[in-house]
Ligand binder design. Structure first.
Ligand code: TYM
Length: 332
């Protein structure tokens, strides 16, 4: 049966890339298939997290899920550490995956930089835990942004090696789902870098909890070239900043970059940026207000996550038991 799984790390707050590249697309898949969306707190601690910030961050991502339209009656929403099977299957996959595979992970190389000796062992094994997240539910579809593609491909490699080593067709080969105009939202000050929660300047990203004035200001100050918008999307090819703003507009408005260009052919930035700022405020302000409302009641969020975890565990438990049997681990 087709099943969707995806997750977001509760570190440093949600930004527009998480919303357009992930959450908004999670909402779009809800109702079409069984959908499981996780707050991956065990992944967050691969780099140091202040305990209070981690707990708040977990609730913030959950609030983002709920405010954007994920419904606990239609999707399973939970935090990873509540279902111990993630860590258990993650260990087994640590014994399936090869060190050489991990060495090829571009995200690890970026995060470790020249400091690879000093990062946590967890950061190195991160993709193996991610494979466990996905395969614990036998998920077939994983909606993610472009930056997670290599990790989902590694998940297929781990599934294939497990199946091969144990001579059984057990884990499915999962497909990354990377579609729509905003699978790689770029930094507003540098169109060659992706938008992230950890950039140096707050002006380079839109945070989901930014107020309307801040959102408008950030779009109006976004870096661009001096040319007006082109007449066709081909004209955006060598213009990363312009391309990014058109893509963001398209994603917010549920349309295509082609349609946005057709709506504003040859427009100057003095016209397009305020239009984008207005659209962004219209779409994001209700979500951030709802997030704040959910976050004002942490007990309710915790209750939703705990109930979601019970449902997740019910799916995970038989898969984990079967995995232990296949490997020859005595339990139960
Ligand atoms: P994370 O927490 O960095 O990001 C969560 C999701 O948001 C997407 N995203 C973006 N999309 C477009 N443009 C951007 N600038 C942008 N920034 C972030 C990410 O691609 C991701 O889909 N390893 C994952 C979390 C994870 C996971 C999983 C995902 C753990 N286990 C299992 C899927 C399935 C991560 O760090 O995402």
């Amino acid at each position: 049966t087709p099943r969707v799984f995806s997750g977001i790390k509760p570190s440093g707050g949600l930004q527009l890339g998480n919303y357009l590249g992930a959450i908004k697309r999670f909402v779009g898949m809800q109702g079409t298939m069984e959908t499981i969306y996780c707050v991956v707190d065990l992944h967050a601690i691969t780099v140091w997290q202040d305990p209070k910030d981690l707990a708040n961050g977990t609730r913030e991502v959950a609030a983002g899920y709920l405010a954007a339209g994920l419904d606990p009656a239609k999707s399973i929403l939970f935090n990873q550490s509540r279902v111990s099977g993630h860590a258990e299957l993650g260990w087994i996959f640590n014994c399936v995956a090869r060190v050489g595979w991990m060495n090829r992970m571009t995200q690890f190389k970026d995060k470790a930089g020249s400091n690879a000796e000093k990062v946590s062992l967890g950061l190195y094994a991160y993709p193996s835990l991610m494979a466990a997240d996905i395969l614990l539910y036998h998920a077939t579809h994983v909606p993610v942004g472009e930056d997670q593609k290599q990790h989902v491909e590694l998940t297929r490699d781990i599934a294939a090696k497990f199946n091969h080593d144990y001579g059984i067709d057990f884990f499915p080969l999962t497909e990354p789902v990377i579609d729509g105009p905003a699978t790689r939202v770029m930094n507003l000050r540098d169109g060659t870098k992706k938008m992230s929660k950890s950039g140096d300047s707050d002006m380079e990203r839109i945070n989901m909890l930014d107020d309307a004035d801040t959102i408008a200001k950030k779009f109006k100050k976004a870096k661009t070239d001096a040319e007006p918008l082109p007449e066709t999307v081909e004209g955006l090819k060598t213009r990363p900043e312009a391309r990014n703003l058109v893509d963001i507009y398209a994603a917010l408005d549920d349309t295509t970059p082609e349609a946005v260009i057709a709506q504003y052919p040859g427009a100057g930035w003095g016209t397009f940026k305020p239009a984008l700022a207005d659209l962004a405020v219209a779409k994001l302000a209700p979500i951030s207000q709802d997030m704040a409302r959910f976050m004002a009641d942490p007990a309710e969020i915790d209750r939703i996550l705990a109930q979601g975890a019970d449902k997740a565990r019910a799916i995970a438990q038989p898969v984990l038991q079967r995995t232990y049997d296949i490997v020859g681990l005595l339990r139960g």
